[in-house]
Each structure stands twice: as structure tokens, then as C-alpha cells.
Design a protein. Structure first.
Length: 304
């Protein structure tokens, strides 16, 4: 067995062993151990705390803190949104061993990259929450980048190059299936998501892909007949339904907003908050279009 694999298996075995150790029976009524308070994961952002748990038996108390999810820290001193708030509830219903394996995967990531031949083994244990954290964390790191070719040599400096970099952090190559004749990268990724049954139009989760059409005149014929032309990564969903997504736009990697409850509105009222950013600028004989008007679909990363 190679050294990286051996090092990867050791933390997993150790953590699973710790999770199964039982407390000693001291013959007195057990005291309930207070739940650990989640630490800050950025500047002012905390992992949502669950409701106060009921009294637990001694057998379970030794492992009560091993499954707490950790949110990636926001880069460059930015305030990190609650990027995994919508998937946190899924983890609460999972058995303790999920949290143990989650911690082990974090240790494995230090010695085993997704590109190694052992990726297939660890991929089987990745939860939707882990995929979301990896994809969104990488997307946030790239905000402000204007040249993706400097991040990864040979990567296209466009919207498709950005989502490919974000998903590669989770071990997913979005264009591994190849291209059809005349197909651009966005339509190729859309085809892959369609064939895999990953497309949806309901409330998205952080880490989901978001597709748009007719965001520019790709064939330069002056008509809106260009099909799938833009793609981004969902970062967060606001209480009012406004989706914040990260994408490679005309000024580099940046954040934009979209609210499908008001698809044609830039602002709900003059001077009010923006619910849909402009995505296609005005041109000769054509008005500008906002994100909600050009939206096509979301796609979840699991199974891509």
C-alpha cells in the first residue's frame, strides 16, 4: 500500500474507533454535557446551532461533538455568507458515523488529492454538504480574479473555466465527457447535467450550477438565438428568495443576484434593494436584460 493511502486510512480508523468508545458506568446519575458552541467561521458568521438536545446516555456523550460540520473560512477578509445553511438540516438526520467520516475526509484531503487514483474510494463517502462546502469555498477564493489562466495554466478565462475550477476542487471534471461538434463549454456541461438527471428549477442549494441563455450575441447575427451561453455557481440563498451566485463576468469573477419571484425586476422599487442584476447589457436596438429573465435551470453536483 502506498504511503498516501496508508496515511489517509489512519485518521479514518482512529476517528471511527474513538466514536465507538463507551463511557464508564460510575454508578451515579450521569450529568448532561453541554453541547459545544460552534466557533466563528469568518468575520461575524457562525455555523447555525441546532436546538438544545435532550439528556443523553453516557454511551453517547463521548461522541456527541464529533459530527459538527465546519464551514470554510471566507477569503481575503470578506464576510462569509451562510453558504451551507440550506444543506445543514440534511446532516442533522444522518447517523454519527457520517460526522466521523466527514472529519476523516478533511484529514485525507491533506495527503490525498482528488486527482489521485484513490479518489473513487473517498467519493463514495462524500455527502452533499461536503461537495457544497468544497465548491463554494473555491468559488469564493476566486472572487476578484480577472485571469483564470494564471490560476490554472490552460484553463479558459471565461465562465466555463471558472465553474470547472470550482468543481475540480470537489474532484468533478465538468467536461470529462467531451464536446459535440459545434458545442460550446456551457452547452456541453448542460448536456451532461441533462443526461445525468441533475437539472432542476426548484429552490437551489449552495454549490449548484446555474445556467443562463442569450446573455450575449454569440453568433453576431443581431438576434437572440444563441442558446446556452453563461454559467455560474450558487453561493447563498437569502430569506427573500434572492439567490447570490458567483460567475466569471465581463469584469472578472464576481457575485450577482437573481430572484425568480420577480424575474423582470432590477429593483422592486426606486432606491430599493437589487433583486436581479443586469446580465446582458443594452445594445443597438435592444434593451438590457436582468438575470431572472435569462435564467434556464439549476443543476446539483451529486452524480455529475
Amino acid at each position: 500500500m502506498s504511503s498516501p493511502r496508508l496515511l489517509a486510512i489512519v485518521p479514518l480508523c482512529a476517528l471511527i474507533g474513538c466514536a465507538t468508545v463507551k463511557s464508564r458506568d460510575v454508578g451515579t446519575s450521569p450529568e448532561v454535557v453541554p453541547s459545544a458552541v460552534p466557533e466563528s467561521t469568518g468575520q461575524g458568521t457562525q455555523v447555525p446551532a441546532s436546538d438544545t438536545p435532550p439528556a443523553v446516555a453516557p454511551e453517547a456523550s463521548s461522541a456527541s461533538e464529533t459530527g459538527a460540520p465546519v464551514v470554510a473560512e471566507a477569503p481575503r477578509g470578506e464576510r462569509a455568507p451562510a453558504v451551507v445553511a440550506t444543506v445543514m438540516s440534511e446532516e442533522k438526520a444522518r447517523p454519527l458515523v457520517t460526522g466521523v467520516i466527514s472529519a476523516a475526509l478533511e484529514a485525507v484531503a491533506l495527503v490525498t488529492s482528488p486527482a489521485t487514483d484513490s479518489a473513487g474510494f473517498w467519493e463514495a463517502y462524500r455527502t452533499p454538504m461536503q461537495l457544497a462546502r468544497l465548491i463554494v469555498s473555491r468559488s469564493m477564493q476566486l472572487v476578484g480574479e480577472r485571469n483564470l489562466g494564471r490560476v490554472s495554466r490552460g484553463m479558459p478565462n471565461d465562465c466555463s473555466g471558472f465553474v470547472r475550477l470550482a468543481y475540480l476542487s470537489a474532484g468533478i471534471d465538468l467536461v470529462a465527457h467531451g464536446f459535440l461538434a459545434g458545442e460550446n463549454a456551457v452547452s456541453a456541461i448542460f448536456r451532461r447535467a441533462t443526461q445525468g438527471g441533475r437539472l432542476h428549477q426548484h429552490s437551489p442549494r449552495p454549490g449548484d450550477l446555474v445556467f443562463f441563455r442569450e446573455t450575449y450575441d454569440r453568433n453576431r447575427d443581431g438576434r437572440r438565438n444563441d442558446g446556452m451561453t453563461h454559467i455560474g455557481v450558487v453561493e447563498a440563498i437569502g430569506d427573500d428568495g434572492t439567490v447570490t451566485f458567483i460567475h466569471r463576468g465581463s469584469k472578472g469573477v464576481a457575485r450577482s443576484r437573481m430572484n425568480l419571484s420577480h424575474p423582470g425586476k432590477h429593483q422592486l422599487s426606486q432606491g430599493g434593494p437589487v433583486v436581479n442584476d443586469f446580465l446582458r447589457p443594452a445594445s443597438k436596438g435592444a434593451r438590457a436584460y436582468v438575470t431572472g429573465e435569462l435564467f434556464v435551470s439549476y443543476a446539483s453536483p451529486e452524480g455529475l
